[in-house]
Every structure is written in structure tokens, then in C-alpha cells.
Design a binder for this molecule. Structure first.
Ligand code: ADP
Length: 644
């Protein structure tokens, strides 16, 4: 009989209340290399949600590691004054400070100070690092030890050494990045020498109760790179000397294997937990954390019950809903706000912008956040449109005490999210709607489905929220005689005709609005050609998800024409023009054109409806200006808090 998820677990001398761990997640809430109250508030909120242990976002241990000004530079004398607030904020939940050196993988400023192990270029930026000397290696070892010592003095329960994802420690460990022939490289043992020495120094620098954890890529997924065997061997060596107390197992690095690092909505749940299991077999009782797209209670319970891991690591699931541990335990009666694995959070962080979640408007705002205030009198509000914006406004208003009625023109609620969920591969976007509808039901929102609200309707309400969304623009293609469909119509199209004709998907979107239909058609047997006037695909996807898109399109041999626009057509022929040269080409045997382009706001209620009701509040979401799910949900939430 394996362990239970909500059973305490001992890590060194510290007892964690349960086996759910908040794994290190950058917030980009630091400022000028120093910690902020916003970061402490973020941690306070995660601790309050009932997680058993928190590993903080990574902090830089040495001036040669300068990931981004939003990342805390723990080597600066003033940094720990602010870092003290982090364990305090967690109010009793043990907090491990993640110690980080990026090495050659300087992500945001690749040419600033790329120290590295060997002269091979960084896979992401292409910058060639300065090869560290013995003295520089010594300085970094000491910097880690000094940071750990200060972390202990500042009240942290421990540290986690960031040995995963292609950063400095991985660079030492991996034959893919370490081509040294001195004592730090050559064979597996010498490639491990840096990490072993590092763990010894950190152990020596800290007291007997202090937890030393390490995070490792269980597999790098690059040719000749690290595998779970290497991770297992390293953990066995660390455990033999008693150097680590906790091991986190993730995967990938910042090469194309980055796709696997934060598995997006195209992956199944817990796709890489098998790596943790292999490492655990070698860990000699040192607790192991499995992580990577673990989203459901059933999966988390199975992982610990069946001995895949001792603990379960969550990141995105806790960004979307910090109260997830309490809700899984049934302490909090509300449904879990599920992570969609859309990776908007990751994309923002890696653009250097503060973390945000499509449907958790509180994320990143914890410092200023207050729960929506109840209203003194029971006023009525009508919401026009049951897309993500309208539904969000509806449930938050109802929770505040308003009597809310939602009018929806279509027969089903959900708007753009309901349309996305019908596309093969994007089903998960529907969980956004499911959550909002569950909240609407809980707080008693009334629905009039199949009932459009018109500007002439006499509305019996104190206010109308206009959340009527947007409609796609259907272009006319001169000379083209076949059908032109917009993305919303694609789920209703028949499978490919037996002749195997081609569908051309015109991508003027750069996001799932174009790729969802393209992949849906592929799954229905169509031959697909992608055409975009942009110079690259996926401008609106995060870099990580773009890798997956490329891989899937290539798996299906989809021809991609970047830098071309559609200018005309004929019988089963589409005519394209090179946006730079004006050169023309034709695509033959075309049976269908899907156009993912501009959308227009549906705002006639607001523009022409009676002032007192319809124009009191500006439209929200796409009805204001067509944008993405995040804008829709956040605006719905914001307006619902403002109305009084
Ligand atoms: P958003 O993302 O901003 O929520 P969506 O396009 O997803 O916008 O959703 C808008 C919803 O509003 C759609 O489901 C649409 O059917 C509905 N709608 C549009 N016009 C009206 C109207 N006059 N009355 C009620 N519902 C409407």
C-alpha cells in the first residue's frame, strides 16, 4: 500500500503536511534584481492554499548569472533583507529557496555574461559562452554555498539547487554541453564532479536541519544528452554521501526539447512521471518529486500511491488556482479553476513580463487583491453574451449578490472557448467554460439561451453588461469559386473527400485560431497547406508551444508558405503573391479555403441601445475589441467588481 497524497511526509527533519509541492516558477515580479512585496504576496497566497511545501522561483547566485532584472540577484548584499519576507509570508509552510546559475543559457540577455562549461553555443540564443576557468568555477561553487548560508539565516527551510533544464549544472552534467577534458569533464564521473562538489559545499555551509534539494532533468531529449539513467546515477552518488534530501525530476532544456519542459495542452497528463520513477529507484529513500502537467487529483494520488514518486510537483495548476490543495481535500466547496495548459503564463514570463493566467485574474496581483465585495442591495444585472467575458462577469456579479440573467444568442454558452473546444487538440479550452458555468450554477445565474438581446428590448435590470464578442470577417477571393470557411465553421465540415483534395488554411492570426482548424482538418484526413503573409508561424504562441506546432505540422508533411498572401483564384486553384517580391504562384487541387483573419467587434447593443442600460458600462472582451481569452476573462472579472 503506497502513500496517500494528504499524508505528511518527512524531508530531512522537516515534516511536510502533505505531498503537494509548489515547484519553482518564475513570476517576473522582482524589480531591478531585488525581491518585491509582490513576490512575497504571491508566495503567501500559495501557502494559504494548502500546499505542503514551496520551492521558490530561482534566484541568481552569482553576477555571471544574470537571467533578467525581474529575477532576484541573491549575490547582492541587499537582496537577503528582502528575501527574508518569503519564508515569513508562507506562514509555516516550509519554503526552499531555489539557487540558480544559468551558465550559457542567459535567456534574456544572452550576450551580457554567458559563462559556460565549454565553448559550444547556447542552443536558444546561439551565443558562445566564455569557458569558465578553475578559479571561476571555484567562485561559483562558493557563491552557491554563500547563498545557502544566507538562506538559512533568512529563515528558509532549505534550498533547491537548480540542476535541470540546461542551466549551468546541467551543462556540467551533460555530454551534450560538456566537452571539457580537465577534472570537470571527460567521463560521466568527472561530469558529475561539479554537482557533487557543489552539494558538499552547500551541506558544509548549512546546519543539520537545513534541507538541500536538487532539481534534475530526468531526460534532456537531445541527441547524446542526459537520460534518466544519468539522473539516477547522479542521485545514487549524491545519496551515498548523504548530500541531498529531496530530488525534483523534470525534463528538457532550452533546445527544441523545450517543448517537453512545460508540456502544453497537446500532451496527456503526467507524460514524464516515468522519469521520476526511475530516479526514485536509485534514490535510496531520498524523497522524489514528480512533475510536469499533473493536473488532476486522481493522477496525483496514483503517482504517490503506486510509488512513482513521493511527492507531486505543481506549478501551472497552482498559478491557475492556489486553493487547489484545499479544494482537492474538500475543505473549500468551490470547484478547482483548472489550468488549461495553454502556456500563456510561461510565454509571458519568457518575454520578461509579469506572470499572468488566462482565467485567474488574481495571479501577479496578489499584493493588491481583495475578494469581490458583496453588495448592500439585491440589484439586477443583465449580461448579453455567454462567452468567456460574459460568463466571468456573470458569476462574479452573482457571487457579489446581484441577480444575474445571461442572454445568449447561440443555443449553447461558451462563445470563443466553446468554439475552440470543438477543434481536435484544443478540447482543453472548454474547461474554462465548464468552470465558469459551474460557478454560475453555484451562485444562481439564470440563462436565456438562444435568445439574443436587442437594443430595443425593454430590460428590467439596473445595468447591462455587453459581452457580445466578435465575428470573423469572411473575405472574398477574386475568381475563387470554392468555399471559404472561417475557423468557427471548421468543426462542422465533413471529413476529407476520398480524392484527398487540399484545404488551404490562411493564417493571418498567428495563434490557435488558425492552427486549431489546420490540425483539426489534418485529423479529419484533409491534406492541408498553410499560407501566411507573415514571415514566420506562431507569432502569438509562446516559443515553447511553437516548437510543438512545428513538430506536429512536420509530422503531417504540411507545406508552410510564409511570406505569401492570397490574391485570387480560379477553379480549384488559389493564386498567391510573394509579399516581398510580388512574384506569383498557384496552389492546385484546392477544395476548401479556411480563413483565419480579422474579427470585428459585435457592439451594436452598446452603440445603439438605451443610454441608461446599455451604455453605462463599456463593452468587455471581444465586444470592446477582438482579442484573446485572457483579455475577455480579465475584463469580465474587472467590470463585475466595479458595478455597484
Ligand atoms: P468574449 O470572448 O469577449 O466573451 P465571445 O465571442 O467568446 O466573446 O462570446 C460572445 C457571445 O455573445 C457569443 O456566444 C455570441 O453568440 C453572444 N452574442 C452576440 N450577440 C449577442 C446578443 N445580441 N445577445 C446575446 N448574446 C449575443
Amino acid at each position: 500500500m503506497g502513500a496517500q497524497l494528504f499524508e505528511p511526509v518527512r524531508v530531512r527533519e522537516t515534516v511536510l503536511a502533505n505531498r503537494l509541492v509548489h515547484v519553482a516558477t518564475l513570476t517576473q515580479l522582482g524589480r531591478d534584481g531585488l525581491p518585491t512585496a509582490a513576490q512575497a504576496a504571491y508566495l503567501r497566497r500559495r501557502a494559504a492554499g494548502g500546499v505542503g511545501c514551496i520551492v521558490t522561483e530561482g534566484v541568481s547566485v552569482h553576477s555571471s548569472s544574470r537571467p533578467h532584472p525581474g529575477v532576484v540577484q541573491a549575490y547582492r548584499p541587499e537582496a537577503f533583507a528582502g528575501l527574508r519576507a518569503w519564508p515569513q509570508a508562507a506562514a509555516g509552510v516550509p519554503v526552499l529557496l531555489q539557487l540558480w546559475h544559468v551558465g550559457r543559457q542567459q535567456l534574456w540577455g544572452p550576450r551580457e555574461a554567458p559563462w559556460g562549461v565549454s565553448p559550444e553555443p547556447d542552443a536558444l540564443s546561439g551565443s558562445v559562452p566564455h569557458v569558465m576557468t578553475d578559479a571561476e568555477i571555484e567562485a561559483v561553487l562558493e557563491a552557491f554555498a554563500a547563498a545557502a548560508r544566507q538562506a538559512e539565516a533568512a529563515g528558509f527551510a532549505g534550498v533547491e539547487l537548480h540542476g535541470a533544464h540546461g542551466y549551468l549544472l546541467t551543462q556540467f552534467l551533460s555530454p551534450w554541453s560538456n566537452t571539457r577534458t580537465d577534472r570537470w569533464g571527460g567521463d560521466a564521473e568527472r561530469r558529475r564532479a561539479f554537482v557533487l562538489e557543489l552539494a558538499r559545499r552547500v551541506r558544509r555551509a548549512t546546519g543539520p536541519r537545513f534541507i538541500v534539494g536538487i532539481k534534475l532533468s530526468g531526460h534532456e531529449f537531445v541527441p547524446g544528452g542526459l537520460t534518466e539513467r544519468d539522473a539516477a546515477d547522479l542521485v545514487a552518488a549524491l545519496a551515498a554521501e548523504g548530500l541531498v534530501d529531496l530530488v525534483g525530476v523534470s525534463q528538457g532544456n532550452f533546445s527544441l526539447s523545450l517543448e517537453r519542459h512545460v508540456p502544453d495542452l497537446h500532451f496527456p497528463e503526467a507524460p514524464f512521471a516515468y522519469l521520476a520513477r526511475t530516479v526514485r529507484e536509485a534514490a535510496a529513500g531520498v524523497p522524489v518529486i514528480a512533475m510536469g502537467r499533473i493536473m488532476s487529483r486522481a493522477t496525483a494520488e496514483r503517482l504517490v500511491a503506486e510509488g512513482w514518486a513521493d511527492l507531486v510537483g505543481l506549478s501551472r495548476a497552482l498559478l491557475a488556482d492556489p486553493d487547489l490543495p484545499r479544494k482537492w481535500r474538500g475543505i473549500d466547496g468551490e470547484p478547482v479553476r483548472p489550468c488549461l495548459a495553454c502556456n500563456v503564463c510561461w510565454g509571458r514570463i519568457h518575454q520578461g513580463r509579469p506572470v499572468a493566467c488566462v482565467h485567474n485574474p488574481e495571479l501577479g496581483e496578489e499584493e493588491r487583491w481583495t475578494p469581490p465585495a458583496p453588495i448592500p442591495r439585491r440589484a439586477a444585472v443583465v449580461v448579453a453574451g455567454a462567452g468567456p467575458a460574459g460568463l466571468e462577469a456573470a458569476w462574479v456579479l452573482a457571487r457579489r449578490g446581484f441577480r444575474v440573467t445571461v442572454y445568449e444568442a447561440a443555443g449553447e454558452p461558451g462563445g470563443q472557448a466553446a468554439r475552440l473546444r470543438r477543434l481536435a487538440g484544443l478540447e482543453r479550452f472548454g474547461e474554462l467554460v465548464d468552470y465558469q458555468l459551474a460557478q454560475c450554477a453555484r451562485y444562481g445565474v439564470a440563462f436565456r439561451l438562444g435568445t439574443p438581446l436587442t437594443p430595443e428590448d425593454p430590460v428590467e435590470a439596473d445595468a447591462v453588461v455587453v459581452a457580445t464578442g466578435s465575428v470573423p470577417v469572411r473575405p472574398t477571393i477574386p475568381g475563387w469559386r470554392g468555399p471559404v470557411r472561417v475557423p468557427d465553421e471548421v468543426p462542422d465540415l465533413a471529413p476529407a473527400p476520398p480524392a484527398g483534395a487540399t484545404a488551404v488554411v490562411v493564417d493571418e492570426d498567428g495563434g490557435y485560431y488558425a492552427y486549431g482548424p489546420a490540425e483539426h482538418l489534418l485529423a479529419r484526413g484533409w491534406a492541408v497547406v498553410l499560407v501566411t503573409s507573415r514571415t514566420a508561424l506562431g507569432a502569438r504562441l509562446d516559443y515553447l508551444s511553437r516548437i510543438g506546432l512545428e513538430r506536429r505540422l512536420r509530422t503531417h508533411d504540411v507545406p508552410v508558405w510564409t511570406g505569401w498572401r492570397v490574391v485570387g483564384g480560379g477553379d480549384r486553384v488559389l493564386l498567391l503573391e510573394d509579399v516581398f517580391t510580388g512574384r506569383r504562384r498557384a496552389i492546385e487541387d484546392v477544395a476548401l479555403v479556411v480563413w483565419a483573419g480579422a474579427r470585428r467587434a459585435v457592439d451594436d447593443l452598446w452603440r445603439t441601445g438605451r443610454e441608461a442600460w446599455f451604455r453605462r458600462w463599456a463593452p468587455i472582451g471581444d465586444a470592446f475589441a477582438p482579442r484573446d481569452l485572457l483579455a475577455a476573462v480579465h475584463e469580465g472579472h474587472r467590470l463585475a467588481r466595479e458595478i455597484r
